[in-house]
Design a protein around this ligand. Sequence first.
Ligand SMILES: NC(=O)c1ccc[n+]([C@@H]2O[C@H](COP(=O)([O-])OP(=O)(O)OC[C@H]3O[C@@H](n4cnc5c(N)ncnc54)[C@H](O)[C@@H]3O)[C@@H](O)[C@H]2O)c1
Length: 286
Amino acid sequence: MDSSTKPLADRVALVTGGASGIGAAAARRLATDGAHVVIADLDGAGALTTAKEIAEAGGAAWGFECDQTKPDQVDALFDRLVEEHGRLDICVANAGWGRFGTFLEMPRRVWERTFEVNVTGTFAVCQEAARRMATAGNGGSIVVTSSSGAIEPVALFSAYCSAKAALNMMVKIMAYELGQYDIRANAVMPGVTETSMTNSLLDGDSRGYNEAESPLGRLGRPEDVADAIAYLASADSAYVNGAALLVDGGGSAYSPGWFGTDFRVRNSSGWTPRHQQFRFQDNGAR
Ligand SMILES: NC(=O)c1ccc[n+]([C@@H]2O[C@H](COP(=O)([O-])OP(=O)(O)OC[C@H]3O[C@@H](n4cnc5c(N)ncnc54)[C@H](O)[C@@H]3O)[C@@H](O)[C@H]2O)c1
């Protein structure tokens, strides 16, 4: 396809959390569709690596280090983006962070960090993107990576699911308020997707259990979510605004969730992905 006829030709897209997983796949996909892609991540080296891979494949991409919980770093990212690329048409607010454990054991700092990264950090990115888009007057599309956990409770994910539910509401209100500027806001809600975030959860029996619980018989791939993000970023979704699109292979329509316990055993703290004994895993909040 001639580059000028690609669906996102001449569009500038920001993808946060693009160093790995879903964000990296979204950056690759948007670049394939012709967009100039700015990749921002706490992992600056990873963002540069994704950008380099895209450039080597013939796309246009740049990588920046940015911790979205630091307002000065978010401001600096947008200043540079507009200075170097002149415009912003698409914002994929995808960066996220999660730790899991029982509600009784959840440390306050893990709860707070979950909200700081996923809710406040995503708010900061979306607000700055919307401000730049509204000022420029060219409209735009904002896509937030939420989670199927925003609408389906997952045992041991109290902080994460609550944070993602907050994002779904934020997206609806962005859609409501920003439509007058031709800025659309939508969310994708991935189910269990194979990335570095879920690697440790898919050890042992857990992988087979989750595959068996998926109506499509497999886990999600980052590219599955990237395809949905590309749709919401493009003119193909011109009248889709305020939606939250499940990309979970139908898992939430059926699955009883990742973890189970035997509620006949009173005061049991044993949550099992099938046979595996599960206890709180705290890898430390950054
Ligand atoms: N993998 C899944 O099963 C799954 C399911 C539902 C939703 N999600 C969501 O998808 C998004 C992408 O996650 P992923 O699965 O690709 O995991 P991932 O760990 O591969 O990617 C997350 C990226 O976010 C970056 N990040 C973390 N904190 C940051 C911060 N403060 N500032 C900037 N960047 C930061 C990380 O460095 C990383 O590159 C997240 O929002 C996640 O919550 C993932």
